[in-house]
Write a new protein. Structure first.
Length: 296
């Protein structure tokens, strides 16, 4: 029975099938929601068509189901939510919190990825331009701190770490930062559990939540699974898809990787048995211990 106010979500982009690293994230987010008697949602982040292929959506949903990671409520698709993003953007525009930017890629590269505010006060037309959110330029006012349940305290100075960041790209596509914040609010998400590569996005998202008048969320970022060359597993470097006919052993391996210490005796057990062991024995603390060991 779903009884708590906890709402978690898994939000894959359809740039490829789930690999072991994304399965670890899905499983962690699922178990954290289930042990809190929470709701667990799936959102397909299909807002960047050049980097995606719709054929992966069916594969991802099938992979989740075959691994026993059943979601509550209907899946939502970011490709269908453009009107809502535009409305949220218009709200920020009325409050003069955004501006149009016509800086070229070459110019942005020169500034090392931290936007220097060049177009802030220029009156550039919003059509065919990138749209950026103004971040405070005064030291300390630009400081955003989060308390991550796995990594602990994490802080950024937005002015020097990111600068004014993009909400809508010049090609008309909304940015991941913006769409995910609008959707987390829309879906009533309270807890975010996802890959550690997104920890550095959290302060920007918290700042956006504040600008939009949304509630701040609870964060837990999972250390990244790496391949033998020390690279993050990713769809881009052709990491192998998690095979559905190996669901039970994939789950066992994911639990072992998460330092949950699954016993050998459940290796190869039916998916439902593995998940029910995992729910009864789930300890986020064990992931924190893994992070400490990795750091030492
Ligand atoms: N769509 C992102 C990804 O596939 C995850 C976004 C999130 O969890 O905030 O990496």
């Amino acid at each position: 029975m779903l009884s708590s106010s906890y709402v978690g979500r898994f939000a894959p982009s359809p740039s490829g099938p789930l690999h072991f690293g994304s399965l670890v994230c899905a499983l962690t987010s699922f178990l954290d929601a289930r042990v809190h008697n929470g709701t667990w949602l799936v959102r397909i982040e299909d807002i960047d068509p050049p980097r995606e292929d719709p054929k992966h959506i069916k594969t991802i949903l099938n992979q989740l189901e075959r691994h026993g990671l059943h979601w509550d409520k209907n899946v939502i698709y970011q490709s269908e939510r453009q009107t809502q993003y535009q409305l949220a953007l218009d709200g920020l525009s009325t409050r003069k919190l955004i501006f149009a930017c016509e800086c070229s890629r070459a110019r942005l590269r020169q500034s090392g990825g931290v936007y220097d505010g060049r177009c802030r006060e220029r009156q550039i037309s919003f059509s065919d331009s990138a749209i950026r959110l103004k971040v405070p330029q005064t030291y300390l006012y630009d400081r955003v701190k989060i308390f991550d349940r796995i990594f602990g305290e994490y802080c950024q100075h937005l002015a020097s770490d990111t600068g004014d960041f993009v909400l809508k790209r010049r090609d008309g596509l909304f940015s991941y930062q913006f769409a995910s914040v609008v959707d987390d609010q829309f879906q009533g998400v309270t807890h975010i559990v996802r890959g550690g590569d997104l920890l550095e996005s959290a302060p920007r998202q918290v700042y956006l939540q504040n600008c939009l008048g949304y509630k701040n969320l609870d964060y837990a970022h999972i250390p990244l699974v790496k391949n033998k060359h020390g690279q993050k597993l990713s769809k881009q470097n052709q990491s192998k898809p998690a095979q559905v006919n190996r669901a039970s052993s994939n789950l066992w391996a994911a639990l072992a990787w998460l330092n949950q210490k699954p016993p050998q005796s459940i290796y190869g057990a039916p998916v439902t048995d593995i998940l029910s062991w995992a729910k009864s024995n789930w300890r986020l603390q064990h992931i924190r211990e893994k992070v400490k060991q990795m750091g030492s």
